[in-house]
Each structure stands twice: as C-alpha cells, then as structure tokens.
Design a protein around this ligand. Structure first.
Ligand SMILES: [Mg+2]
Length: 251
C-alpha cells in the first residue's frame, strides 16, 4: 500500500485564500474559463509541460469500476443501481415491484459510497498498463474526475495503489472549461476519455480542439451510456482506446 499521497496539507486552502484574499480577482487571462473556485487550485498544482501531448481521463467507469461496485454496495443495503434514459444513474429499492426511483435516499447513498469506498475501487484490466505505456512514450496524463472534492485524496491514494500514480483534479460540474484551460495551457494535442455523453458534449462546446473519446470499460455501462454524437470515436475496449489516444497524441 502506498503511504501519504500529499505532503502539502492545506495546499488548496492556501491557494484559494490567495485567490480570494491577496488577489481580489483572478488574473484577467483566467476570467474566460467558468471553472469552480475549488477546482482552480487543483489545476494550478498540476506540473504540466508546454508542447507535450496530454491524455485526460475520467476515472469512474473509465479507469475504475464504479457502477458494478456501487450496485454491490447498494445490494447490501436493499437497493440496486439501474440506468434511466439519458444515462441517469438511478437507485431503486430491490423489494419494490414498481421500481420507483428513490430520489430521497440516492444522493446520501452516493455520498456514503464515495466516503467509504473510494479507496477500495478496482481498476479495469489494462488501464494501468495503458497509462504507463502512454507516459513512457512521452504523454502527460491527468485524471479529471467528478468525485467529490472531499474524496480526492482517497482517489489519489487508490489510483496510486492500483499502479496509476497520476495527478487528479476533482472537478465540479461540466468538464469542458477545465479541458479548454488545459488545452490552452499546453498547446499540444489533447485527448479526453469519459463515459458520460454530457461531459463529451461539454468538452465539444468548450474545447473543440480536444480529441473526444466516448468510452466506458464495462459493457453494461457502455450500453446504458448510449451514443455521443459529439465524440470522435467510441472505443469498445482499452486496447482500442489506447491506440486511438496514441495515434492522436503522436501523429
Ligand atoms: Mg465516469
């Protein structure tokens, strides 16, 4: 098991205090990016090199098994996970024959899951090896996940433990603006892989130069996620995803 993953406790609070206090406003050049104040410090912390290609990955259901794990977690509590049209994760009570969506309990269950299970999620076969090969070939790698900011340290720990020692940004809301910022910052080819069609759409709107890969590693999730009209490609497995990333980044 890896040890402490962040030797700079309070880094986010310090930078945020700098943004809010010492500097009254963000620098002019950053005003065009509608990015949450809790996300900026994480972006500033990234040590990215200009001119070097960048592969950005979502975590849940791309690198890490979320849906099947969450479904097992719910099962132990009398609930199950299913998907409504539009790839909406819904929680229903197993004993309810009418399959009514439990809107009142689903949010706390998701929160509890991230609190207790983020350190225990498993990686999809081939993900860690693909990230290592891409990094070895010269790509920069960033994980852009919408896990709660409070679960970020656990996510970093978990990814390290699974052989993916990569920087993690816990984003809030649409991911397009953060991708646009990263793309403008490095000025080199960027790829983005995510299972959620609305995140691919957000990226297409905000960061049109980024190569978009609609990808879910688990076939159950892939079917539920449906189609993304904005994606450049929808890989069916990690080998295809890795090949697409490589051909875009090192063309
Ligand atoms: Mg995801």
């Amino acid at each position: 098991m890896s040890g402490q993953v962040n030797d700079k406790p309070g880094w986010g609070a310090r930078i945020l205090a700098g943004l809010k206090g010492g500097r009254k406003e963000k620098p002019l050049s950053l005003r065009g990016y509608p990015i949450h104040d809790l996300v900026w410090p994480q972006l500033f912390e990234l040590e990215l090199k200009k001119g070097r290609p960048l592969a950005v990955f979502d975590a849940d259901d791309v690198l890490l098994d979320f849906a099947a794990h969450f479904d097992r977690y719910l099962g132990e509590r009398g609930y199950r996970l299913s998907f409504a049209p539009g790839y909406r994760h819904t929680v229903t009570r197993i004993a309810d024959p009418e399959n009514r969506i439990e809107t009142e309990i689903s949010d706390p269950l998701v929160e509890q899951f991230f609190t207790t299970e983020t350190r225990r999620q498993s990686a999809f076969p081939g993900a860690a090896e693909a990230l290592a090969r891409l990094a070895e070939e010269g790509a920069q790698v960033v994980v852009l996940t919408n896990c709660p900011v409070s679960a970020r340290e656990d996510r970093i720990f978990n990814l390290q433990d699974l052989g993916m020692p990569v920087p993690v940004v816990a984003n809030i809301g649409p991911k397009g603006p953060a991708l646009k910022y990263l793309s403008d910052l490095i000025r080199a080819p960027v790829t983005f892989a995510d299972d959620t069609p609305r995140q691919i759409a957000s990226a297409a709107r905000a960061a049109p130069d980024v190569h978009l890969l609609h990808f879910a590693a688990d076939p159950w999730v892939r079917e539920a996620a449906g189609r993304s009209d904005e994606a450049h490609h929808a890989p069916e497995g990690w080998p295809d995803l890795e090949a697409r990333i490589r051909s875009h980044l090192f063309r």
